[in-house]
Design a binder for this molecule. Structure first.
Ligand SMILES: [Zn+2]
Length: 140
């Protein structure tokens, strides 16, 4: 699986990560001077910003440091405003202890996020390819 394949899925179906993302605007490969953010989500009221970084392998300290740089960049940018910045690090596995980083969530491929999705013909919602019934009740 390529990182870009999961990016494809989450760009169109960000609610797979969190239901509240359904109404967020999604920007892909957003360039900032410190690098390129895989996915950048912003809420309709522009008060919530979420940075998403995807790794196809086990999550490392280097990937945490990378997303930290992005987070601090936006945290500084929005300092003194009501905008809240949070981040997701997605990988295949992780043994990292990120409990001190309140702004960061780790999600694992296949466990929390499906690497492939099916699209429900009834409600057009994407869901895990290993599941046979959509949340709307339609059996695929
Ligand atoms: Zn459905």
């Amino acid at each position: 699986m390529l990182e870009s394949e999961l990016e494809d899925i989450l760009e169109i179906h960000p609610y797979l990560l969190d239901p509240s993302f359904k109404k967020y605007e999604v920007l892909r490969q957003k360039k900032i001077y410190k690098g390129r953010i895989d996915l950048f989500l912003i809420s309709k009221d522009k008060l919530n910003v979420t940075i998403i970084e995807i790794k196809r392998d086990k999550l490392t300290l280097a990937s945490v440091n990378q997303i930290k740089r992005y987070y601090y960049y936006y945290n500084r940018k929005y300092k003194g405003t009501q905008v809240e910045v949070s981040a997701y690090l997605i990988g295949l596995s992780s043994s990292l202890d990120i409990s001190r980083l309140k702004w960061l969530k780790v999600k694992l491929i296949d466990k929390d996020i499906p690497r492939k999705v099916k699209l429900c013909p009834k409600c057009s919602t994407a869901f895990d390819y290993r599941v046979f019934t959509c949340k709307c009740g339609f059996r695929v």
